[in-house]
Write a protein that binds this ligand. Structure first.
Ligand SMILES: [Zn+2]
Length: 425
């Protein structure tokens, strides 16, 4: 979710993780707050979300609602955060909350795919998570390249023979469905090669790069809640912060080096931008990786369009909102390729039914970096609706295969096919 402004719920900070326990008073809900202004609420310290289907929503428990009431608002329960979780029958698979894969399972998945499809894949370690840089456990950040490999393919070199489509997911740890979509995408490309004509053509002609989990430390925190996942959005950097889980860390989608600044400055806030542009190891890892995948194809000016000959598409998957969002995030002004980005956005939306709308008010996003710095066609996808069993941050696991994957598969294939000339379509 693109939390547009602000600070985390002060009440959540005070209550800490015990607030997430099962007592009725501690159960978090999404609260609809009629007549409220997003920025006002965030400046007042609430965890504010914005759904296209109606107004401002605040995430929190009954004490958060009481704070809203004390300020003169009339919060109404909108939806539950936690959906009913069925028992899973998986043996030997590390999952949580009804089937979502842990970071360890995602890592094993990449290794398994690489072993099963050596002619189609190459796995890279592109850098370390914050905890790993501090010797506190943590993870390597893993990327996979998928293509029918010829000499020179899948190299970390921007002058590739084939056009490239890059997908990243779960940069915001609590957006559970996103890493699963990356998992399905990897399987679809590898298992479908040689049997599915469309997939075979794409894998023959395009390099498909995927980072399923950009923020593995954050996902570890989320998964530690088991059947009641913790609501960690940011990375695990708790330097100098007295915030409690799940409120510490830096928002990796406000930390990119393109036009950094102007997002949250409260270390415990959900949109905390960090101490400097690219201050976080996860940010530096993916930005270096993007520069290795794509040449700089756009001029330095804010109004310089990337030329029609530009190659490359990037999708960063978030939730929720049923949105396809091209840049800019750093300004409400339209970007110089806005018409072309909207056109490709609508082609993808023909499959998932999402609304195509530019971001705005989100400085430091990943897609501002990849579009602004490199010129490639870049999008944030916001998966899922605001409410219901398939809505919010924690949809039922079954929604991945019943709804999110079938809706988005065609959008991803469209993005991959557009990688050779995204602005020429
Ligand atoms: Zn997000």
């Amino acid at each position: 979710m693109k939390v547009r402004v602000g600070l985390v719920t002060a009440a959540l900070l005070l209550l800490g993780t015990n607030a997430m326990a099962a007592q009725p008073d501690g159960t978090p809900y999404y609260w609809q707050v009629p007549g409220a202004d997003e920025r006002t609420l965030q400046n007042a310290g609430f965890d504010v979300e914005h759904g296209v289907d109606g107004g401002v929503q605040v995430v929190g428990n009954a004490r958060v609602a009481a704070r809203l009431t004390a300020l003169g608002y009339q919060p109404k329960k909108f939806d539950t955060v936690y959906k009913p979780v069925p028992r899973t029958g998986d043996i030997g698979v590390q999952t949580f909350y009804g089937g979502y894969h842990t970071v360890a399972e995602h890592e094993k998945h990449l290794d398994d795919v690489a072993a099963a499809y050596p002619a189609l894949t190459q796995v890279y370690d592109i850098g370390d998570s914050w905890r790993k840089t501090r010797g506190l456990g943590g993870h390597d950040i893993k990327a996979i390249c998928i293509t029918r490999k010829q000499a020179g393919d899948c190299a970390l070199n921007p002058n590739s023979a084939k056009p490239r489509f890059a997908m990243i997911a779960q940069l915001h740890a609590r957006e559970l469905a996103t890493g699963e979509l990356a998992w399905r995408w990897i399987d679809h490309l590898t298992r479908g090669y040689g049997t599915d004509a469309e997939v075979t053509s794409i894998v023959d002609t395009t390099e498909l790069w995927v980072i399923p989990i950009v923020n593995p430390d954050g996902v570890d925190i989320v998964a530690s809640g088991g059947s009641r996942p913790l609501m960690q959005r940011k990375n695990a950097n708790n330097t100098g912060a007295s915030c409690s889980v799940p409120s510490y860390g830096v928002d990796l989608n406000r930390n990119s080096t393109f036009k950094w600044g102007g997002a949250g400055t409260n270390r415990c806030g959900e949109t905390y931008q960090g101490t400097a542009a690219g201050s976080e190891p996860e940010t530096r890892a993916i930005e270096a990786w993007f520069k290795q995948l794509f040449p700089d194809q756009r001029g330095p000016g804010d109004t310089d369009p990337a030329p029609v000959t530009t190659t490359g598409v990037m999708i960063t998957i978030h939730s929720y909102g049923n949105l396809i969002m091209p840049p800019w995030g750093w300004t409400w002004n339209t970007n110089p390729n806005a018409t072309q980005l909207a056109a490709l956005g609508r082609k993808m939306a023909a499959f998932n039914g999402y609304t195509v709308v530019a971001e705005g008010d989100t400085p430091g996003t990943t897609d501002d970096f990849t579009y602004g710095n490199l010129g490639i066609a870049s999008y944030t996808f916001e998966i899922g609706s605001s409410s219901g069993n398939c809505g919010g941050f924690f949809p039922q696991y079954s929604c991945v295969d019943s709804l999110f994957w079938p809706r988005n598969k065609g959008a991803f294939l469209t993005a991959a096919k557009a990688a050779k000339a995204p602005y020429a379509s």
